[in-house]
Design a protein around this ligand. Structure first.
Ligand code: PEP
Ligand code: MN
Length: 262
């Protein structure tokens, strides 16, 4: 908490890529790794637009057991190949505790999905890893519970935890979830950990993503996690909320103008 550590934490997610400082860190890429050309095309585009980390799911926590579950280790290999080509570090989700070692062999940053925010055995294992963790808030977790989940990782020794607000469940149906933007200043008051906003899973609609990126930055977030797909219409997962490379590039350009004006 801020009482124990008053200064905000600034740390590297990968060599030369830090979070928590003055510069906004943008992580972008497809919801899921689908194949070599899809991933490489998207990775090149997000890099050109200014993203510093490539996201992409190889293990997907899907609502339906019949939906695409991800390419698993083959997806991790494709992510590593995309890192090789673009130089972008990678963030990817680990769904099952038994896969932590496997995912940690490939990933730069280990993601915990909203559905696993209170998977305490998974959190403890990640606390024993020497890799930073991107911890997503659950759709029904309070901020207090979210922070306690972060403590499960920190208390095992891993101090590199990034908190990600990705929308919570409310009665509203116009958006996939309700982005709790106030979580940014609340978390900033209560903890030294960096805070990232996911405008994609929170809104569920690509048209709403740019406005929430700008609002999140105005609210004081340290980074963004944005879904971008080289061809959203063909995406095997979350196409409707994925930005095209062109739209993502326009958002990044506007964010640079805001930063220059600030
Ligand atoms: C994701 O970012 O890939 C994801 C599955 O999001 P969430 O866990 O927030 O639903
Ligand atoms: Mn997704």
């Amino acid at each position: 908490s801020r009482e124990i550590k008053p200064e905000p934490s600034v740390f590297e997610l990968a060599p030369g890529v830090s979070i928590g400082g003055k510069e906004l860190l943008v992580m972008a890429g497809p919801c899921s790794v689908e194949g070599e050309s899809q991933l490489l095309e998207t990775a090149r585009a997000v890099k050109a637009a200014g993203a510093k980390i490539l996201r992409g799911g190889a293990f997907k926590p899907r609502t339906s057991p019949y939906a695409f579950q991800g390419l698993e280790e083959e997806g991790l290999k494709l992510l590593a190949a995309a890192r090789e080509v673009t130089g972008l570090p990678i963030v990817t989700e680990v769904v099952n505790p038994r896969d932590v070692d496997l995912v940690a062999r490939y990933a730069d940053v280990l993601q915990v999905g909203a559905r696993n925010v209170q998977n305490f055995p998974l959190l403890r294992l990640l606390g024993q890893q020497n890799k930073p963790v991107l911890l997503k808030r659950g759709m029904s977790t309070t901020i207090q519970e979210f922070l306690m989940s972060a403590e499960y990782i920190l208390s095992e020794g891993n101090q590199r935890v990034v908190l990600c607000e990705r929308g919570i469940r409310t009665f509203e149906t116009a958006t996939r979830n309700t982005l709790d933007l106030s979580a940014v200043p609340v978390l900033k008051e209560q903890t030294h950990l960096p805070v990232v906003i996911d405008p994609s899973h929170s809104t569920g609609h690509a048209s709403l993503v740019p406005a929430m990126c700008y609002a999140a930055v105005a609210a004081g977030c340290d980074g963004l996690l944005v879904e971008v797909h080289n061809d959203p219409e063909t995406a095997s997962c979350d196409g409707p909320q994925s930005l095209t490379p062109e739209d993502f590039s326009a958002v990044m350009e506007k964010l640079r103008r805001f930063a220059a004006a600030a």
